[in-house]
Design a protein around this ligand. Sequence first.
Ligand code: NAP
Length: 288
Amino acid sequence: METDTIVLKGAEVSAKIKEQVTEELQKLESMPGKLAIIRVGERPDDMSYERGAKKKLESFGLEAESYAFPEEITDQEFKEAFQRINQDERITGILLLRPLPKQIREKDIEEMIDPKKDLDGISPKNIAKVFAGDETGFAPCTAEAVIQVLKAYHIPIAGKRVVIVGRSMVVGKPLSMLMLKENATVTICHTKTREIEETCRNGEILIAAAGKAKMLDKKYVGKDAVVIDVGINVDEEGKLCGDVDFKSIDGQAAMATPVPGGVGMVTTAVLAQHLVRAAREKNTEDCR
Ligand code: NAP
């Protein structure tokens, strides 16, 4: 008889991160400063992420402020506004909701953002650090959240066969580097991967970050694998779902994260953690 898959709950991981953040906050000698959430336009998924991030930060005793700009803002206008936020002493961290509208050169903004405030790891400096295995920068929060889920549940990574479906700069690529840093043996799958089901089945830890609703069913999951679902999609009934068909893999995977209630909750907790770290590092620098 097949046993049920253990559900890895984002709320439990987030609660552990909250304890660490609270401790760190108590050690800070001055106020941590705030997070600026920058949004252009009114995409529902951006607005929902913004609300979730604000709520999470506030529940951690941290401050977040939204800076919203109209969809039709010009490249020049946005850059000027962005630079003001970037240079504002009261702002310790920045979260830029992307993609930006086409008229704004996103690459320029990635170059402009102060790496010390770049809590979601979009600047070339922070990305280079992730790829160099240097932990002094900020990694993208979602990629780091995956590692934190595994660590919070004491799931060993070193030496494991980790298969990641997705190679974006937001999730798949940085996560593959974080996994390598943890001494995993990493395979990255994408739309051109042949025999993807077999490749995924070979993973002892399988990470889904394809952005395809319920794409990964039982055929993709090896017996007793740990499955981490990063996907946030809407199914045919309009309900939030992941990239993994949770019902299909139940009993096949040893453990899996649900959607909602999985990695997403941890991502915003990591964002809070990054804000407090940025504040601590700023204080140290100011004291020099
Ligand atoms: P993305 O930029 O669209 O990248 C998707 C990746 O998946 C690409 O590398 C693509 O391959 C690959 N892919 C797509 N369909 C595939 C298929 N049928 N077979 C194999 N590979 C496939 O997406 P993203 O920004 O990385 O986001 C991925 C998912 O994570 C989305 O659902 C997003 O909403 C979610 N997300 C969640 C969080 C969170 O906090 N939980 C944060 C960010 C993103 P190619 O490169 O070949 O096109």
